[in-house]
Design a protein around this ligand. Structure first.
Ligand code: SRM
Ligand code: SF4
Length: 575
């Protein structure tokens, strides 16, 4: 047997993938990135560095709208870098925001700040000569981009709940601790991007938790505070569901093995809900987190990246076997899960009051894109808010933003700015607030169909259908669109999920629920937006006529047999 084959619990998984070679040879993620950055011949980074920069939170992209035109002119694609910040729980201060805002103008081609479904922001369109300037600028305000992409523990999410401010404070602290616990310790990031001095060759670097070949695949962690499931736990490898007693955080139920991506036509890939392993007291959080991460590190498939995530490891080795290994490594057993219920997911747009007596303003940002639009200078509005706000901002997992901790005497001033700049707009429908899309074209290299640019007008059409069928204005359907089956906009937890198949064509999935605990199944394959609207016209009509009181659209489609329920994703999703 080749020494390069991976064997887990006696099972031969196959030869290690090229991604494993690349990590092993990278000298703790340095590769030859520094040389590549200095090469003026191309706007790209090349060879292994294309992948290695992802470990530092960056992607090489090009503008797909002009790719063909540039090829005709015999020019290389317009290569740019996308950068994703590490912002545990989405918390960012007004001072930091002012910097982020300024550098979007100075260093990016698009001048926008894009809030993501993982509570952080991305810059798109940075030219190679500017990339170090961006890292140094972010570093000067205490922001890094380490581990926000590639085979790392990604940005740690935490419910952006404006109501339960005390528990939120504790949960946020755990999100930060978990994020820091799983950061790489080698100094490659600082050397390559911040020009820090090279470490002495006598110092032996090692990554005690991640290991020299890091994780088999991306790894995603959340902290959720019920009844809100705004972080969508079932999209994530590891989830800590907060359990409170008398308003204090006493521990977490631990959910393992969620994930949403699949590949068209490959039934060995599928979206999967996370399994509830049981309760742990709060002081054991890091021990259990580390036990889950290292079990996945050692047992995850390093031969086939398509089946490498924790969800596939659980299904391959068995949930009980995985759980027992976690207990062994954590040095303790899971207790019986404590009762909790998720009842909703969206952000409560508008003002709310926390138990700390402060005010919280949740702003709806369509698809998370912060840019000065005609009649809606959102970016300028955010700058004006940052100039006077004394609390912090929280980016939500629904691509929105909360102005958090506003004292009563500042409420009016904040609201005035928000209204004047289109950040607060009462005419936005509940349907629009509950619709979300991934980035897709023009920057995403994997997009098969439009998503962010398609959603706004599609929502207008859906609003028309809700009106036509006389549904009350507060009614809505959780609607999500992704430009491909990777699922970045989490369509696989929507009541109506569209998954890009080809330009202008999508698979239509139905049957998710409002709390985000059910995976929607494919109803129609590869249809156009017009066909989707025609299907929805019929289905929304039935829902309006025949639904039980308060019955959500997704629940209705299941109860009436329009679509089958997905119980066990691997079995039912493709049945
Ligand atoms: Fe994602 C890859 C954008 C959340 C599953 N995702 C990509 C890339 C980087 C394309 C690429 O690999 O070159 C996209 C960049 C587009 C662009 O131009 O910005 C991209 N993903 C996004 C964001 C920005 C979507 C958004 O509109 O907000 C989200 C950034 C999150 C962050 O801040 O870290 C984003 N991606 C997600 C989610 C949702 C979530 O985490 O809650 C998922 C599904 C959950 C899951 O992981 O199962 C997701 N993205 C993927 C996958 C499929 C992974 C897999 O298991 O196979 C890929 C492709 C890959 O990794 O090979 C991918
Ligand atoms: Fe790109 Fe696909 Fe993710 Fe959308 S779902 S951002 S198209 S990778």
């Amino acid at each position: 047997m080749s020494t390069k084959e991976q064997v887990v619990l006696g099972e031969v998984l196959g030869p290690l993938s090229d991604g494993e070679r690349l990590k092993a040879e990278s000298n703790f993620l340095r590769g030859t990135i520094a040389e590549d950055l200095a090469n003026p011949i191309t706007g790209a980074v090349t060879g292994d560095n294309f992948t290695l920069i992802r470990f530092h939170g960056m992607y090489l992209q090009d503008d797909r709208d002009i790719r063909a035109e540039r090829a005709k002119q015999k020019l290389e694609p317009l290569h740019t870098l996308m950068v994703r910040a590490r912002l545990p729980a989405g918390v960012i201060t007004p001072t930091q925001w002012l910097g982020v805002d300024k550098w979007a103008d100075e260093h990016t081609l698009y001048g926008s700040i894009r809030l993501t479904t993982r509570q952080t922001f991305q810059y798109h369109g940075i030219l190679k000569p500017n990339i170090k300037k961006v890292h140094k600028a972010l570093s000067s305000i205490g922001i890094d981009t380490i581990g926000t992409a590639a085979d790392m523990n990604r940005n740690v999410l935490c419910t952006a709940n404006p109501y339960q401010s005390e528990v939120h404070k504790e949960a946020y602290a755990w999100a930060q601790k978990i994020s820091e616990h799983f950061l790489p310790h080698a100094s490659g990031y600082a050397e390559v991007w911040l020009d820090a001095d090279k470490i002495e060759s006598t110092v032996k670097e090692e990554e005690q938790i991640l290991g020299s070949t890091y994780l088999p695949r991306k790894f995603k962690t959340t902290i959720a505070i019920p009844p809100l499931n705004d972080v969508d736990v079932h999209a994530n490898d590891l989830n800590f569901v907060a359990i409170q007693e008398d308003g204090k955080l006493i521990g977490f139920n631990v959910l393992v093995g969620g994930g949403l991506a699949m590949t068209h036509g490959d039934t060995s890939t599928y979206p999967r809900r996370a399994d509830d392993f049981g309760f742990i007291p709060v002081e054991k959080t890091l021990a259990f987190a580390q036990a889950v991460v290292t079990t996945q590190r050692d047992w995850g498939n390093r031969s086939n990246r398509k089946n490498a995530k924790t969800k596939y490891t659980l299904d391959r080795v068995g949930i009980d076997v995985f759980k027992a290994e976690v207990e062994k490594r954590a040095g303790g057993e899971f207790e019986v899960s404590r009762p909790y219920e998720f009842t909703e997911r969206g952000d409560r747009i508008g003002w709310s009051e926390g138990i700390d007596g402060k005010h919280y303003l949740s702003l709806f940002i369509e698809n998370g894109r912060i840019l000065d639009l005609p009649g809606k200078p959102l970016k300028t509005g955010m700058t004006e808010l940052a100039k006077i706000h004394k609390g912090d901002f929280r980016i939500t997992a629904n691509q929105n933003l909360i102005v958090a901790g506003v004292p009563s005497d500042q409420k009016m001033a904040i609201e005035k700015i928000a209204v004047e700049h289109g950040l607060m707009d009462e005419s936005v429908s509940e349907q629009r607030k509950n619709s979300m899309a991934c980035v897709a074209f023009p920057t995403c290299p994997l997009a098969m169909a439009e998503a962010e640019r398609f959603l706004p007008s599609f929502v207008t059409d859906v609003e028309g259908l809700l009106q036509k069928h006389q549904l009350p204005t507060e009614e809505n359907i959780i609607l999500r669109v992704t430009g491909c089956p990777n699922g970045c906009g989490r369509s696989m937890l929507a009541e109506v999920g569209l998954v890009g198949k080809a330009p202008g064509r999508y698979n239509l999935h139905l049957g998710g629920n409002r709390s985000g605990t059910r995976i929607p199944k494919m109803y129609k394959e590869n249809i156009t937006d017009k066909q989707i609207l025609s299907e929805l016209d019929d289905l929304i009509g039935q829902w309006s006529r025949d639904r039980e009181s308060n019955e959500g659209f997704g629940d209705f489609t299941i109860r009436t047999g329009i679509i089958d329920e997905v119980f066990v994703s691997k079995r039912d999703f493709y049945a």
